[in-house]
Design a binder for this molecule. Structure first.
Ligand code: ZN
Length: 198
């Protein structure tokens, strides 16, 4: 017996979420059948409002609500530093550390020729423009420690070389609380090469 048409549509929509397969989507859909109508409407409205209530700052690319961008607030941030990140979500993770007070610049992705994400999509001209107009003194590259992250970091380094501004990249090393013999060779090699004075 097939599911009623609209239930299949609900399942298909839920399956667009990352990590949600057929079984999970079916479970969620059947659960939602028990919701009160007002809760279903509330969910629909909240989802529908995403494009109008959540925006990307036109300067840094970070995710913001309806207010002005808190990541670009010159009164609270050190404008001499720009941290380059791949996605708006990374800014929230870095803010959690309370270690960084500078500005951000969202690339929108990492170089990945196979997925059609080439250098033209990185919008480095916008980054260069901000570096010049904000009189930035240091650029921190905070990208993943993956093939794509490494390729993007190298590309950025070459693009930014002309500015003469010091560029740093997040250190890669041992995870907190880890024992040396449990760490893989690649991580250990990177931790050794990025060792810092103690
Ligand atoms: Zn901003």
């Amino acid at each position: 017996m097939r599911y009623p048409h609209h239930l299949t549509k609900v399942i298909d929509v839920l399956k667009r979420l990352p990590g949600v397969g057929n079984r999970s989507a079916e479970r969620f859909a059947f659960q939602m059948l028990n919701w009160k109508e007002e809760h279903l409407r509330e969910m629909a409205t909240i989802v529908q409002d995403i494009p109008s209530k959540l925006k990307h700052c036109s300067d840094c690319g970070c995710l913001i609500g309806e207010e002005s961008c808190p990541f670009c607030d010159e009164a609270r941030r050190e404008t001499g530093m720009v941290c380059v990140i791949a996605s708006p979500r990374d800014a929230f993770a870095i803010e959690e550390t309370r270690e960084y007070k500078g500005l951000y610049h969202v690339l929108g992705g990492l170089l990945s020729p196979l997925e059609g994400f080439g250098p033209d999509k990185l919008k480095t001209h916008r980054l260069l423009h901000r570096i010049r107009t904000l009189h930035v003194r240091e650029v921190v590259i905070a990208l993943d420690s993956t093939l794509e992250g490494d390729a993007t970091a190298l590309f950025l380094k070459r693009e930014l070389e002309t500015t003469g501004i010091p560029i740093s990249r997040l250190a890669f090393g041992l995870p907190m609380g880890s024992a040396l013999d449990y760490v893989d060779g690649g991580t250990l090699a990177r931790a050794l090469s990025a060792r810092s004075r103690f």
